[in-house]
Design a protein around this ligand. Structure first.
Ligand code: HEC
Ligand code: HEC
Length: 220
């Protein structure tokens, strides 16, 4: 009897130690897990108004300009402009700093031949440990598609000009804005980069509505 009780007691305390161990392991995991979730901190995208909310503007031309202005929150964003520079080099970050290291456009937009090619560092996907953003088609936009330093009105005019938009029709411009996955990277830029506003769906719908209302350009 006596022996039995001792055995039982030590079994219970062993069980307690076990439980304590599990609780400790669980809280360590929770703390580590929380840390993993909390970092890196990505800035929140600002919202983008849906095309339908512009229906209150009665005149189509006026509505068209307002729609493009709203889409301009994406177009003028650093995520897009950094890759549509006016010069020979990409820029980086929200304030458009020169790209480090210095790389050039090269004959095909992928960097100098025999030099630093974009794909040396930019892989098919964003790579968190080194902050390098990625996409299979990572390259600088051709110089005639430069947006940096231009007003939204100027960018609007050049988007409609087949000589400066890669020979695209307005329908193809819409397709590119709404579906292209390199454009789509703007909503999933990785690391701590600020994503462009809204979603690609809302952005594509704004561009479609802009075209339907006559593709008018805002001034300036
Ligand atoms: C030697 C490596 C290297 C090469 C080569 C390179 N990049 Fe980068 N690039 C980086 C790194 C690293 C970053 C991220 C910097 C950061 O945000 O900390 C970056 C960021 C960028 C960004 C900024 C994204 C943003 O919105 O902040 C653009 C645009 C870019 N690269 C374009 C290019 C293009 C185009 C080429 C080829 C012509 C190229 N890069 C070649 C390493 C490289
Ligand atoms: C990594 C670099 C890169 C980024 C980031 C990028 N672009 Fe581009 N963009 C290109 C290249 C390269 C082309 C030309 C190839 C093509 O037409 O598919 C291009 C072409 C375009 C075109 C074709 C017509 C024209 O006149 O420019 C549009 C529209 C466009 N980009 C929109 C955007 C928008 C919107 C964003 C941001 C959400 C964006 N791009 C971000 C590289 C980039």
């Amino acid at each position: 009897m006596r022996e039995g009780r001792i055995v039982r007691r030590s079994a219970t305390s062993r069980k307690h130690r076990w439980l304590a161990g599990i609780v400790l392991a669980a809280s360590v995991a929770a703390v580590l897990g929380h840390r993993a979730l909390a970092a890196p901190k990505q800035a929140q995208a600002v919202p983008l108004r849906a095309a339908a909310t512009f229906a209150t503007i009665p005149k189509p031309a006026e509505r068209s300009r307002a729609l493009f202005k709203e889409a301009g929150k994406v177009i003028l964003h650093a995520r897009c402009v950094n890759c549509h520079p006016a010069g020979d080099q990409p820029t980086q970050g929200d304030s458009g700093q020169p790209h480090l290291p210095a790389v050039v456009r090269g004959p095909d937009g992928h960097g100098a031949v025999g030099g630093l090619r974009c794909q040396t560092c930019h892989q098919a996907e964003n790579y968190a440990p080194s902050r390098v953003p990625g996409h299979p088609l990572w390259a600088l936009a051709p110089i005639e598609m430069a947006w940096q330093g231009r007003t939204l009105g100027q960018i609007c005019e050049q988007l409609k000009d087949p000589k400066r938009n890669g020979g695209k029709t307005l329908e193809q411009i819409h397709e590119h804005m709404a579906k292209d996955t390199l454009v789509g990277w703007g909503w999933n830029p990785g690391s701590t980069r600020t994503p462009v506003p809204g979603t690609q769906q809302v952005f594509g719908d704004l561009i479609a509505a802009w075209i339907e209302t006559g593709a008018e350009c805002p001034t300036p």
